[in-house]
Design a protein around this ligand. Structure first.
Ligand code: HEM
Ligand SMILES: Nc1nc2c(c(=O)[nH]1)N[C@H]1C(S)=C(S)[C@@H](COP(=O)(O)O)O[C@H]1N2
Ligand SMILES: [Mo]
Length: 448
């Protein structure tokens, strides 16, 4: 049976699941728990007729003990982490790593903040916004120290709609070929938001750090977070200075996400947001920005987030031999239907996302229902009219399907440089399970 709660009331909605206008899969995400966090995301439910409908399914009340929230353990370094949305699929609780379920990922072009995938390496720092300061430094003692108010007031607010993807997105498909080290992300370590903040370029120019662009080799901008490990070492990463100073690259020191202040899990009060670049460089809870002749010395810049030949193993790997991942390759995945689903005969709707790094727009998504023997072109959803291809394209394909058949649904995207995805995982397998962007395959059966 399927039950849910609303306030202190309990409802058995088993018979309503198939009747739900938003689809049965959506209700099942809330099964066994409270409706409020889900309904908060979809305003269609804040109408009287929805509550009336629910009343018909009431079966009881929560006991006072169950109605009270459980309390956390205070010895735990993660005890100060923020509350999270129950729909998130948790890959690791401490540190918190979680992705939205596929059915909700492509429900809206901008991912609601509560559902945006979270990738934390350490406990979430508690930052007092009134005493927050951002240190900006470079060669020759030049630099700045900015309060949050100064960052907001001294620099014009710039907004960018951009998709953020973790290098480990779709890692679980890679571990099916051969085990890899890393969190078992499914297809949801990717999300899209409208980010608002100061341009990093403007801040670097104001700090007098705009001149190291040329002859003496490539310079870098190193970022550190306020999240630190047991030895006091912060999360850190860097990007080339050229990208940081480029007006076209639109790198932000973001303090807003989808029109709200940054949520704690996503870097409150300030994070870096590097459009078109692997998520690892978009440092959250930003404490310092340092212009330097070398890349960040951080573990995550030097000894992680790099790609290798499939034959390189943990005994032979030399992290210094590979460049740090910056721009990501073209990617796409099917969010609906889910692997192994039974879909009704008639018309099937296949949905998914497609995105490429470096601002390369997705120009086409091909979908096959027969494992890649024949293809159809999916319809791309609307995208922001202005700006580069920083954001994903949501796509959809409708096609007739006959009862009793098995479909091997496949998708692959093409970006504006005509880059395509590799057809299989094995040849791009790497020991860390990053850059997993082979054709996405979803087997389903068609029922009567
Ligand atoms: C027992 C629980 C639920 C009830 C009684 C319910 C009821 C409804 C009703 C009556 C509508 C149509 C509203 C209208 O257009 O006037 C609706 C739409 C919708 N519901 Fe629910 N809902 C439930 C749970 C959920 C959950 C848990 C989710 C998300 C995870 C969800 C997502 C949606 C969505 C996305 C729509 C819009 C569908 C569309 O317009 O394409 N619902 N729901
Ligand atoms: N300070 C800090 N910044 C960080 C991280 C972190 O653990 N600490 N994780 C990085 C990684 S690997 C990714 S993919 C993105 C995820 O951002 P999100 O949690 O807002 O989705 O943040 C990046 N920035
Ligand atoms: Mo990541």
């Amino acid at each position: 049976r399927v039950w849910v709660t609303y306030g202190t009331e309990v409802f058995d909605v088993t018979d309503f699941v198939e009747l739900h206008p938003g689809g049965p899969d959506k209700i099942l995400l809330a099964a066994g728990g409270a409706l409020e966090p889900f309904w908060a995301l979809y305003a269609v439910h804040s109408q009287p007729h929805v509550l009336e409908l629910l009343r018909d399914y009431k079966v009881g009340e929560l006991s006072p003990e169950d109605a009270a929230k459980p309390t956390g353990d205070t010895e735990d370094p993660f005890a100060g982490d923020p509350p999270r949305h129950p729909a998130l699929r948790v890959n690791s609780l401490k540190p918190f790593n979680a992705e939205p379920p596929p059915e909700l990922l492509t429900q809206s072009f901008l991912t609601p903040n509560e559902l945006f995938f979270t990738r934390n390496h350490l406990p979430v720092p508690s930052v007092e916004p009134g005493s927050y300061r951002l240190r900006v430094e470079g060669p020759g003692g030049r630099g700045l120290s900015l309060s949050l108010a100064e960052l907001r007031q001294r620099f014009p607010k710039h907004e960018v709609t951009a998709t953020l993807q973790c290098a480990g997105n779709r890692r679980s498909e890679m571990s099916r070929v051969r085990p890899v080290k890393g969190l078992a992300w499914d297809i949801g370590a990717i999300s899209t938001a409208r980010w608002g903040g100061a341009r990093l370029r403007d801040v670097l120019l104001a700090a007098g750090l705009g001149d190291k662009t040329g002859e003496d080799g490539e310079w870098h901008v190193c970022f550190e977070g306020l999240d630190v490990d047991a030895s006091g070492t912060p999360y850190g990463a860097s990007i080339p200075l050229k990208r940081a100073l480029s007006a076209d690259a639109e790198v932000l020191l973001a303090y807003e996400m989808n029109g709200q202040e940054l949520p704690r899990d996503h870097g409150f009060p300030v994070r870096v947001l590097v459009p078109g670049v692997v998520g690892a460089r978009s440092v959250k809870w930003l404490r310092s920005v340092v212009v330097s002749p070398s890349e960040s010395p951080s573990h995550w810049q030097q000894n992680d987030y790099k790609g290798f030949c499939p034959s390189v193993d943990w005994d032979s790997v030399d992290f210094s031999s590979a460049p740090a991942i910056q721009e990501l390759p073209v990617q796409s995945a099917i969010t609906e239907p889910r692997p192994g689903a039974a879909v009704p005969a008639g018309e099937i709707t296949v949905k998914g996302y497609a995105w490429s790094g470096g601002g390369r727009e997705v120009v086409r998504v091909d979908v096959s229902l027969d494992g890649g023997r024949s293809w159809r072109v999916a319809e791309l959803g609307p995208r922001p009219a202005r700006g580069r291809g920083w954001a994903w394209a949501l796509w959809e394909l409708r096609a007739p399907v006959a009862a009793g058949t098995r479909l091997d649904i496949v998708c692959k995207a093409v970006d504006s440089s005509y880059n395509v995805q590799p057809d299989s995982v094995a040849p791009i397998w790497n020991l860390r399970g990053v850059l997993s962007n082979a054709w996405h395959r979803v087997p389903v059966t068609v029922t009567r």
